[in-house]
Design a protein around this ligand. Sequence first.
Ligand SMILES: Nc1ncnc2c1ncn2[C@@H]1O[C@H](COP(=O)(O)OP(=O)(O)OP(=O)(O)O)[C@@H](O)[C@H]1O
Ligand SMILES: [Mg+2]
Length: 485
Amino acid sequence: MSIRWRLFISHTTMLIVTLVLFLISALLIPVAITGDIRSIKDLYTRQYALKPLTKPEENVFLDVKYLAKKQPNQLLNQTMLKQYDQKLDSVTSGLIVRKGDKIVHSSKILNSIKDEKKLPPFEPENIKVRDTISIDHQFFLYVKFDFYFPNQEKGSVIIMREVSPFVELSRSLFPLIFGLLFLSLILVNGLLSYFVSKSIIKPLFSLKNATEQMGEGNLNVKIEYDRQDEIGQLNHAFDKMRTKLKESIKLQLQYEESRKELISNISHDLKTPITAIKGYIEGIQDGVAESQGKTERYLSTIKRKATDMDQLIDDLFLFSKLDLKKMPFSFEDIEIIRYIINFVEEIGFDLEEKDIKIFVKNRTENEVRVIADRDKLRRVLSNIINNSIKHMKKAEKQIEIYIQGKGDFVEIEVRDNGSGIEQESLPYIFERFYRVDTSRNKSTGGSGLGLAIAKQIITEHGGDIWVESKLGIGTSIFFTLKKTI
Ligand SMILES: Nc1ncnc2c1ncn2[C@@H]1O[C@H](COP(=O)(O)OP(=O)(O)OP(=O)(O)O)[C@@H](O)[C@H]1O
Ligand SMILES: [Mg+2]
């Protein structure tokens, strides 16, 4: 069953139930108040019984009552009775005079009452003077006075007015009321269903269309969600899902692209030394290297190339393990200043050989403890310093390491006075295989994995790594490590 039909049925049921409950309570309220089931019928009759007489009725009634007591025979005087009729006519009431079992006078307005027996009975005590009475499905409100004529015949004067009790009225109006109710039911239902379905079904349809379009691969279908209700929330969630999906597909494509690039880079970096090695071996085999010295040179070149390849494969292996998060880390509490000083002392000899001065400058307390993996941190420092060494062209060669506290972190800056890096390249130097010198010149660059590995390691430590550099002046690589709490 469609939602539209469900809504229509639920609205109809609601309206019918309300209607029925309304009717039941209308009937039960008098019972609840009086505690008597007959009160339902009485409610309406009593209401009339309590109604006061109109002024002309009151006057005529006082007159005829007076006559009945003093001169009852005057009540047979038709000319006088006609005058009363006229007075009562103005308020649609009438006068009946009964003598014995006969109606001796009846106003025109009460002509329909022919049968004397249907009138209120004779009651000499005159207790029930005012009441209502039903005669042939007509309801009358009356006021009556009973007396005796001089000949001891029973006499009554009755002033009567026809009234429409609720039951009578509703019986005659029932088809109309029912028709109107039914019509308003259909109208209200139609309107309710229209507005509700407009606010629910329409957005559902647009959501369905959007889903279909997404199913066909169009992830650019924008769904409006400016509404604050549940539909708005649904649309918002849907749109969020769409953007996430779009992002993940984009990321997937990027991964795919970089995977292809990775394979091509690896192939290139492996192919070059292998081709060279092959060339040298062929040279030796073909006897190009006749002299012992040349053969030695060829062999040492082959060895260097093989070592480079070995290094590249090691780097690649380390990088991919870090990338896949398969590299185990053994974090320790390290005193970082001592650690760096030790590291500098270790590499000091190599640097001295290359005529490079290195300094450690501590700008924080004498002791700072961090959480780090000793071996991996060593790798980070040597990757950074190797770059500095490679790009050092000036006569005065210098590397400075600054250590300073930054809140919960320690910031380490490795600053060189080397060639510097052009601004356009700065955002990319931490990307794998990225090298500023794209010619892949062996003298200045390696595989382009050094800083990518450093970044992976520092990220795994919960720190950050970045670069500042000025072409011709020097480069600073910064990284942070979390202090031990
Ligand atoms: N201190 C520096 N001075 C000048 N250029 C630098 C410096 N550090 C990095 N670079 C530039 O950033 C590039 C990326 O460095 P990265 O260490 O990732 O790769 P690489 O040194 O070329 O290769 P690898 O480190 O794998 O042997 C380098 O090729 C170099 O051009
Ligand atoms: Mg490097």
